[in-house]
Design a protein around this ligand. Structure first.
Ligand code: AMP
Ligand code: ZN
Length: 113
């Protein structure tokens, strides 16, 4: 399957990895939109939020556990951080392997653009 993030999981494409366990990988976004911008992904290929099945429920919890650990490790947990998962094109999804954006290190606007 021709998926950019699956290639990063397989280490076929380099990335600045900040967290890894058997189910989850996190790495720095190539085009950071904030001082901290990390992508947290399941190693399993899931194309969009809509493709998350019930058997993935605990895996999605693992994504949030990893994001929380990274936010603490980066020292942004108390001040604040944003977790975003875009679904499909109008929401801005460009890579069709689900990922949580972990954004922090600056004040965030609401609503997002
Ligand atoms: P989205 O637009 O929500 O699908 O997010 C995709 C994100 O992947 C964007 O923020 C891109 O900057 C980022 N991205 C694309 N290619 C790479 C790459 N090779 N390594 C790290 N991040 C990437
Ligand atoms: Zn994939």
């Amino acid at each position: 399957m021709d998926c950019l993030f699956c290639k990063i999981v397989k280490k076929d494409i380099p990335a600045k990895i900040v967290f890894e366990n058997d189910k989850v990988l996190a790495f720095e976004d190539l085009t950071p939109q904030a001082p901290v911008h990390i992508l947290v992904i399941p190693k399993k290929h899931i194309a969009t939020s809509l493709d998350i099945s019930r058997e993935d429920n605990s895996l999605i919890g693992e994504l949030y556990q990893a994001a929380n650990a990274i936010a603490k490790e980066k020292g942004v947990a108390e001040k604040g951080f944003r977790l975003v998962m875009n679904c499909n094109r109008e929401a801005g999804q460009t890579v069709f392997h689900i990922h949580l954006h972990l954004l922090a290190g600056r004040a965030m606007n609401w609503p997002p653009g």
